[in-house]
Design a protein around this ligand. Structure first.
Ligand code: PMP
Length: 449
């Protein structure tokens, strides 16, 4: 056990100014889907933290690979040296991105950095093509793209960027496709196309020659609890981007790296994005690691025009990439992407089953193990529960008290109800799914709106 635990235990003051963590237990050990606290209590982590520990805790193959790399070299600066783990991991990502034309990878240390890297690559590419007037990036409302200033300005959550205004130029947003909210008689596909049309309307509104790109989470995460649109949406968004010369960026920081049941979430649809931002599951919590996966010809054009003028101290560090490579090996050799698809279908069916018992569950959504649900006072009319009930935090806390961790968020515009992500590791077993559903049923049962 960590020798500092007694002094820095629960309810002790903290020198960090971070989250209000004072009343939280101290995590001391992890194994697979379980975390133990300093009092020996076990938690089932059906959230993977913020959808990060995708192969569970304490995977020996990853720990051993990191140890072996540490014995060799922990850090070598990319301007001075190449390193094997980074080159190999880039090759592996390029192989996986090949069918989508995404054959070049840039490494960074997390999701916000990956989104920043995507924005800066898009801007440099526009300049290389002589299209420097294009700088706006349309995103969706609600959405989450990160906490750094650039990524935050794309985030569809006015409350999140308000404390920092007017430091950033806030980028234009279009409504995210909640196709479940549609007039009677309109089909889901027609609603999806209506939401896609909002992109074209906004491009025209902004002036097409000023718009650089459209960014979206192909399956929504923290802001929308697993929001996924009918297939026609993805194809139409690509068509609109092509028609107006926009780049299409997928933020797969949360839904990528196998979680959706395909390694790249983009593989679910024929349409190809130009750039994908990745992080979280890429090194699955063992180290901070993010990546920008981009079209080869875009990167070549930027290089021909003088190079990609962007990078971080830790970009492509050997230790981080060795961990990422070992995580990739575990995912591929143990068939965890297919397991995410299989177990995700079971978990989704079980969550849908809970809708019969709990009429306040509004909608279950997502694909693979990128799953979520929201809570509503009226499911059919999509009327949210009154905010004073604090359904999101109450339900998540009831689950936590019973030893189950799920991820909850209050819907920002107050219109669509609080929502949850249920996102266990990709190697979750049948027995563990049973455990998650039982505990969730109990947690939901403790909440009586
Ligand atoms: N994009 C998405 C879709 C995310 O879910 C997150 C993190 N929740 C980020 C970007 C930012 O990632 P990070 O916190 O690693 O900077």
């Amino acid at each position: 056990m960590n020798e500092f635990a007694p002094r820095h235990g629960r309810n002790q003051p903290s020198s960090m100014f971070f989250w209000p963590t004072a009343d939280r237990p101290v995590a001391v050990r992890g194994e697979g889907i379980f975390i133990w606290d300093d009092e020996g209590r076990r938690y089932v982590d059906a959230s993977c933290g913020p959808q990060t520990t995708n192969i569970g805790h304490n995977n020996r193959r990853v720990v051993e690979a990191m140890r072996a790399q540490m014995d060799d070299i922990c850090f070598a600066f990319r301007s001075h040296f190449k390193n094997g783990p980074a080159e190999t991991l880039a090759d592996r990502l390029a192989d996986l991105g090949q069918d989508k034309g995404l054959t070049r990878a840039f490494f960074c240390s997390g999701g916000s950095e990956a989104v920043e890297g995507a924005i800066k690559l898009a801007r440099q590419y526009a300049l290389a093509k002589g299209e420097g007037t294009r700088y706006k990036i349309i995103s969706r409302l609600p959405s989450y793209h990160g906490s750094t200033l650039g990524a935050l300005s794309l985030t569809g959550d006015p409350a999140m960027f308000a404390p920092f205004a007017p430091m950033m130029q806030i980028q234009p947003k279009i409504p995210a496709p909640f196709v479940v909210e549609r007039p009677e008689g309109e089909s889901e596909d027609a609603a999806a196309l209506r939401f896609a049309q909002a992109l074209e309307d906004e491009i025209i509104n902004q002036g097409p020659s000023t718009v650089l790109a459209f960014i979206m989470e192909p399956i929504g995460g923290a802001a929308t609890g697993g929001l996924i649109a009918p297939d026609v949406y993805y194809a139409r968004v690509r068509e609109i981007c092509d028609r107006h010369g926009l780049l299409l960026i997928y933020d797969e920081v949360m839904c990528g790296s196998g979680r959706s049941g395909k390694y790249l979430c983009a593989e679910h649809w024929d349409a190809n994005p130009d750039i994908i931002a990745m992080a979280k599951g890429l090194a699955a919590g063992y180290v901070p690691l993010g990546a920008v996966l981009a079209r080869g010809d875009m990167v070549e054009a930027v290089y021909d025009a003088g190079g990609y003028a962007h990078g971080h101290t830790y970009s492509a560090g050997p230790l981080a990439c060795a961990a990422g490579l070992a995580v990739m090996d575990v995912l591929m050799e143990d068939g965890l992407v297919a397991n995410a698809a299989r177990q995700g279908a079971k978990l989704k069916a079980a969550l849908e089953g809970l809708m019969d018992e709990f009429p306040f569950i509004g909608e279950v959504r997502g694909r693979g193990l990128m799953l979520g649900f929201d809570v509503m006072a009226d499911r059919k009319k999509r009327i949210p529960l009154p905010p004073e009930l604090n359904a999101g935090s109450e339900i998540a806390q009831a689950c936590y008290d019973r030893g189950l961790i799920i991820y909850s968020r209050r819907m920002l515009d107050g219109l669509r109800g609080d929502h949850f992500l249920v996102t266990p590791p990709l190697n979750v077993t049948d027995e563990e799914i049973g455990m998650i559903v039982d505990l969730l049923r109990q947690g939901l049962g403790d909440f009586a709106p």
